[in-house]
Design a protein. Sequence first.
Length: 228
Amino acid sequence: MRKRPAASPRTQVRRHPERADYDRTSIDAILDEALICHIGFVVEEVPWVMPTMYARMGDILYVHGSPVSRMLRAAAGGADVCITVTLLDGLVLARSVFHHSMNYRSVVLVGRPQDVTETEEKMAAFKALVDHVVPGRWEDSRQPTTKELKATKVLRLDIREASCKLRSGGPEDPSADVELPIWAGVIPVTNQVGDPIPSLDLPSGVELPAYISHYRRPSRLQRTPSSE
Ligand SMILES: Cc1cc2nc3c(=O)[nH]c(=O)nc-3n(C[C@H](O)[C@H](O)[C@H](O)COP(=O)(O)OP(=O)(O)OC[C@H]3O[C@@H](n4cnc5c(N)ncnc54)[C@H](O)[C@@H]3O)c2cc1C
């Protein structure tokens, strides 16, 4: 079933609205591809923006961390937060310095996170967080003890108010600049992983699982030769 678009007055893209998308399929695809988000919150009138990992499960975004984390305590404090997720797809080199740009897909989410206190949901959130980073890792790892569960705070944010903004394609030089003898185009940027490095204390005989040897970040990036 098609999900309700996440547009709201607060998430209405004003600058370059033609690059905006509020469709949950587009938003979810970016959330599922990226690994980190930045959470913006205010403590004693000072704004902070902290990087952290996250996972999406259906219509909910989960973040976790230490119960004494200022970020998590502030985010659970009953005020709205802003969460951003960014994927960098390319460096756009125009003839003029002014028209240099970046190709990207980004999501901005606003809402009021809530503490997850129920054990079953907390476990499901842990699994989502682990499998978001390395699919298959949860089943292959030792599960959290009750003590470890208590030592971790989990917050949930409903994906209700969000926007996504995308830039793709080449530089947008004014026609007067196109004849200049300056290279113009795009340097694509992708996320790549290296070969796994075994832990120094790994007992002999522990084999590298296929989900690690075949590990790749998902990429739904579509490149187009011309500007959109
Ligand atoms: C990798 C990258 C590099 C960028 N570089 C620059 C730069 O150098 N200079 C610059 O001015 N801008 C840059 N941007 C665009 C920037 O994110 C803003 O979209 C832009 O500055 C307009 O901001 P605003 O507050 O005026 O947006 P408005 O359009 O007023 O924002 C209104 C609402 O639109 C939504 N929105 C705005 N921007 C985004 C976004 N990027 N993704 C998802 N939703 C969004 C939010 O919900 C926001 O509340 C870059 C973006 C990315 C991802």
